[in-house]
Design a protein around this ligand. Structure first.
Ligand SMILES: [Zn+2]
Length: 403
């Protein structure tokens, strides 16, 4: 805890005082927790940020220390907001919901609770905290500790399922984003245009920005235009790797059951049609990787369907019901994407199916399987090239509409 009240009821932040002043205060003054009112002790070790601490076995909701890394980051973020001329409150206690925000900041007319999250927080807790803040008309803004950033490539990170629930989206039709901050390097990492590629891996644009170059509004925005060239390049690489690389010896249970299912259907991973394993924004809502659910949709539903037959899409949702997470699992995403519909729309672009109306589709052509791996790899290149082109055309058209 960085801040407590003295006997006069004034807030004191020890980190701003020199060592001898802190020492004098320790012996001559008493301090009290702003949340529970209990007396708290002054802690000022050699290497640590001076702070307050509850007595052992305290029942106060904020008595559990959050560690040096968290305290350091919280203080830096607080100063960063004050330097931007914003009205910011450190460790603001909100008695109505019995919670304490790391920092409460006012941006124009909006109140924002900034939470610097360095420890794991489960989905349920995240949802509850988010709901509580919104009840008071406060928008939560979560920044994950840089200690949680696991980079696996130039434009790729790995996230635990717990961290994935922090994916945020503040405007309709935007791709999700997520923010990290490291107090040791005093840098933000803004991860934008986030696209799940399954198994906890995420493609996206990584921007590293020093604290003094960043502004609070950047944390809400998708920022620059997406680097689509490297996105499609990486996707194609993944897709081709999936075909040609033999499965690892130790496979997850999910992967094993998929392989078994595929084997029973007498198909082989390397010879699946190229329209399986395509990117959709809503992939973050799927519990299985794209090749898994898309192959079930294609092989169990579309392949047996006669050409020209009109069918409702509802059974597809039933088929994939168990592998889809509800939008409520992502409380920070304002308008949730529908991965199944997105995928069907891609198949419509590829002229495999067409939508007859909102709820029904018609199969247009038979689904072709490649005869050998060379042909499959060629088809992959073609399909990615086609989607990249279509995608660029649509994004140009929508830019024109905005202009
Ligand atoms: Zn307390």
């Amino acid at each position: 805890m960085l801040q407590a009240y003295n006997q006069a009821g004034e807030p004191v932040i020890l980190a701003y005082l020199d060592r001898s002043t802190v020492e004098t205060m320790r012996t001559q003054q008493s301090f009290y927790c702003p949340v529970c009112g209990e007396r708290v002790a002054v802690k000022a070790g050699r290497s640590k940020i001076a702070h307050f601490s509850h007595k052992p076995h305290s029942n106060c909701s904020v008595s559990k220390g959050e560690g040096e890394y968290h305290e350091k980051g919280k203080l830096q973020l607080f100063e960063w907001l004050v330097d931007q001329g914003l009205e910011a409150n450190l460790e603001k206690h909100l008695p109505e919901i019995n919670r304490r925000a790391d920092i409460l900041v006012r941006i124009g007319k909006k109140a924002v609770a900034l939470e610097f999250q360095c420890a794991a927080l489960n989905r349920k807790e995240l949802s509850e905290r988010t709901d509580d803040y919104r009840k008071l008309g406060i928008e939560p803004l979560w920044i994950l500790g840089g200690n949680r950033l696991k980079r696996t490539g130039a434009a790729q990170i790995r996230m635990t399922s717990v961290d994935q629930s922090f994916l945020s989206c503040y405007q309709e039709n935007d791709q999700p984003l997520i923010n990290f901050f490291c107090p040791n390097s005093r840098q933000f990492c803004l991860f934008r245009h986030v696209q799940s590629s399954g198994n906890g891996r995420f493609h996206g644009d990584l921007h590293f920005l020093s604290l003094n170059k960043c502004r609070i509004l950047y944390l809400f925005h998708p920022s620059s235009k997406q680097d689509t060239a490297s996105f499609w390049y990486n996707w194609l690489k993944d897709k081709q790797m999936f075909r040609t690389k033999p499965p690892p010896n130790r496979q997850s249970r999910q992967q094993l059951s998929w392989s078994k299912w595929l084997y029973q259907k007498k198909y082989h991973q390397s010879l699946l049609p190229s329209l399986i394993h395509l990117p959709v924004t809503g992939q973050y809502r799927m519990k299985t990787p794209p090749w898994n659910w898309q192959s079930r949709l294609c092989l169990d539903f579309l392949v047996p369907l006669p050409v020209q037959r009109v069918v409702p899409i509802k059974p597809i949702y039933r088929l994939l019901h168990d592998v889809m997470m509800p939008p409520s699992d992502f409380p920070l995403i304002k308008c949730s994407a529908d991965p199944v519909r997105e995928y069907l729309e891609l198949l419509e672009k590829l002229e495999i199916i067409s939508f007859v109306n909102e709820q029904e589709i018609q199969k247009q052509i038979p689904i072709k399987f490649p005869e050998n791996v060379e042909q499959a790899l060629h088809d992959d290149r073609m399909i990615i090239q086609f989607l990249k082109l279509k995608n660029n055309l649509t994004s140009q058209a929508s830019t024109r509409m905005i202009e």
